[in-house]
Design a protein around this ligand. Structure first.
Ligand code: MSP
Length: 470
C-alpha cells in the first residue's frame, strides 16, 4: 500500500517520563528506526520523517517529580534527556525527538481540542469511576483482577475518581470505527491484532473523560478557555503525531503514516486516535503496527522486580549494532518474546562474530594478499513485507550462509592462478557487499565498515567487526 505514496511518516510511542526507559521501550524505537531507514533508501532521505520522544504530562510524571522533591519541569527534563541518550546509543535516526511539553505542541493540542469541541464532540459532565495511574486510563471493574488491581500494574492502588470532566463523544464513532477497521482503511498489523480490536468495538464504545480538574492534577496542558481543567494525558499525547507531522509537511495526503506501538496501547491508537482525528477534521493514519513485549528470563521487565536493563548497558558491552541486530531478529515483532543474556551472546557469536564478521575478515585477508581492488556499486534490493524485519534478516542471513558455502567449496586460498583467484574473489566480495547493503537499515555502522573495507582504495583486513565472546 505504501508504494503509491511519495512520503512516509514513521512514529513510535512516546515514553512516559516517570522513569528512564529500558530495553523493552527501546525495542520499538529500533524497529521503527529500521523501517525509517528502509524507506529512506527507497524513497529518498527527505521523503521520510521519523519521530520518537517523551510523554511528559499526567499523574505518574507529576508523582515521580514529587517523590524526588523537584518540580515536574525539572523532573521531565532530566528523564527526557536520559531517554534521548539511551535512544541515541542505539543509533536511532529520528528526525525529531518529541516532547509534549514543547510550546508548539501545547498550541496544537489546544487547537485540536477546540476543533473537536466546535464539531460538537466535547461536553462537560460528572464522572465517577475507576482509574489506573500506571496505565493513565479509566477502567471498568471487568478489566481488573478479583482483588481490584490492574493486571498490568499490580503494585498500584486503583483510584476512584469523582469529578467534573470534559468528555469526548467516542460512542458517536462506533459505526465509523467498525467500518474503518473492517475495510482496512486503517490497517492493523499483525492480522490477529485487528481481530482483537474489532472485538473491543463489539463490547461497545463509551464516551470518555478527556480532562482533569486542576485541583487534582495540575501538570498538563490547560483546556482552552477553562483554566480549571487540564487536557487528559492520552488526548494530549496522541496529538503529538499531528504536531510533529503537520509542522513538517508529513500529515498530508501524499504521506503514508505508520505508528509503531506495543500491544498494551494498541486500543488507544486504533480505536481512540482515529476518532479524535475524524472529529477534529484531520486525515487518519494508514497503519498501526502492534508489537509484543520483551520479557527477561521469564519475567516482566519492571522496577519492582529489579530486572531493568538499560539499552546503553548492552551497547557498552556489545556495541550498538549487535544490540540492534538481536532486537530486530529476535524481538517481539508479532508475539511476546523471552530473552536472556545467554541467548544474546549465542546469537552474537553465531551470526555476527562467526557469520558476517568472519566472512568479512576471510575475504578481506584473501583480497589483501591478492592485491585486489574493486570498483562496484552495491545494490539495495531489500523488500520488507508487512514490516517483518525479522524475516528480512533471516533471508539475508541465509544468503550469508550460502556465500560461506561458496567460499568453502571454491577454496580461494588454494587458487594459484591469479586471474582465476581475482575472479572468484570478485564474485564473492560482490555478493558480500550486496548482502551488506541490504543490511543497512538494521546495522548501519557495520555496513559502512564493510563497504569501506572493500570499496575504498586497496583492500585491507579490518579490525574484527564483532570480536568473539568466550
Ligand atoms: N506514554 C504512553 C504512550 C503514548 S503514545 C502517544 C506509554 N508510554 S510507556 O512508556 O508506558 O510505553 C511506551 C512504549 O513502550 C509502548 O509502546 C509500550 O508498549 C512499549 N513497551 C514498554 N515495555 C515494553 C516491553 N517490555 N517490551 C516491548 N515494548 C514495551 O504507553
Amino acid at each position: 500500500m505504501e508504494t503509491v505514496y511519495k512520503k512516509v511518516f514513521v512514529t513510535t510511542a512516546i515514553d512516559y517520563a516517570n522513569a528512564t526507559i529500558h530495553i523493552g521501550h527501546a525495542y520499538e524505537k529500533v524497529l521503527a528506526d529500521a523501517i525509517a531507514r528502509y524507506y529512506r533508501a527507497k524513497k529518498g532521505e527527505n521523503n521520510v520523517y521519523f519521530t520518537t520522544g517523551t510523554d511528559e504530562h499526567g499523574i505518574t510524571n507529576q508523582q515521580a517529580a514529587e517523590k524526588r522533591g523537584i518540580t515536574p519541569q525539572e523532573h521531565v527534563q532530566d528523564i527526557s534527556s536520559q531517554d534521548q541518550a539511551e535512544i541515541d546509543s542505539l543509533n536511532v535516526s529520528y528526525t525529531r525527538f518529541f516532547r509534549t511539553t514543547s510550546e508548539d505542541h501545547k498550541h496544537k493540542a489546544q487547537e485540536f481540542f477546540t476543533k473537536s469541541m466546535e464539531n460538537g464532540d466535547i461536553y462537560k459532565s460528572a464522572y465517577k469511576g475507576l482509574y489506573c495511574e500506571g496505565c493513565e486510563a479509566y477502567k471498568t471493574l471487568s478489566e481488573l483482577t478479583e482483588d481490584c488491581k490492574c493486571p498490568l500494574h499490580p503494585t498500584r492502588q486503583i483510584q476512584e475518581y469523582e469529578e467534573e470532566n470534559y468528555f469526548f463523544k467516542w460512542s458517536k464513532y462506533e459505526g465509523f470505527l467498525k467500518e474503518l477497521i473492517e475495510t482496512n482503511q486503517l490497517q492493523i498489523l499483525p492480522g490477529g491484532r485487528k481481530k482483537e480490536m474489532l472485538a473491543f468495538i463489539e463490547n461497545g464504545i463509551q464516551d470518555i473523560p478527556i480532562s482533569r480538574p486542576t485541583y487534582k492534577l495540575s501538570w498538563g496542558i490547560p483546556v482552552p478557555n477553562d483554566p480549571e481543567q487540564v487536557i487528559y494525558v492520552w488526548f494530549d499525547a496522541l496529538i503529538n503525531y499531528v504536531t510533529s507531522g503537520e509542522a513538517n509537511g508529513f500529515w498530508d495526503d501524499d504521506t503514508y503514516i505508520i505508528h509503531f506501538v506495543g500491544k498494551d496501547i494498541a486500543r488507544w491508537h486504533t480505536l481512540l486516535w482515529p476518532t479524535m482525528l475524524k472529529s477534529a477534521g484531520y486525515r487518519l493514519p494508514n497503519t498501526v503496527y502492534v508489537h509484543g513485549f520483551i520479557n527477561l528470563e521469564g519475567q516482566k521487565i519492571s522496577k519492582s522486580r529489579g530486572n531493568v536493563i538499560r539499552p546503553s548497558e548492552l551497547v557498552e558491552k556489545y556495541g550498538t549494532d549487535a544490540v540492534r541486530y538481536y532486537f530486530l531478529k529476535h524481538g517481539p515483532i508479532t508475539e511476546d518474546v523471552d530473552i536472556s543474556i545467554k541467548h544474546f551472546e549465542e546469537v552474537y557469536n553465531a551470526d555476527l562474530a562467526n557469520g558476517l564478521g568472519n566472512t568479512t575478515a576471510r575475504l578481506a585477508k584473501l583480497a589483501e594478499k591478492a592485491k585486489l581492488s574493486l570498483d562496484i556499486s552495491p545494490k539495495f534490493t531489500l523488500e520488507i513485507k508487512d514490516f517483518r524485519v525479522d524475516l528480512a534478516i533471516n533471508e539475508l542471513q541465509q544468503k550469508l550462509t550460502e556465500l560461506d558455502k561458496h567460499i568453502n567449496e571454491n577454496t580461494p586460498w588454494a587458487i594459484e592462478d591469479e586471474t582465476k583467484l581475482k575472479e572468484v574473489l570478485t564474485t564473492e566480495i560482490t555478493q558480500l557487499v550486496n548482502i551488506a547493503e541490504n543490511l543497512k537499515p538494521f546495522i548501519p555502522e557495520t555496513v559502512t565498515k564493510v563497504q569501506t573495507t572493500f570499496l575504498e582504495g586497496p583492500i585491507k583486513a579490518p579490525e574484527p567487526l564483532f570480536p568473539r565472546i568466550s
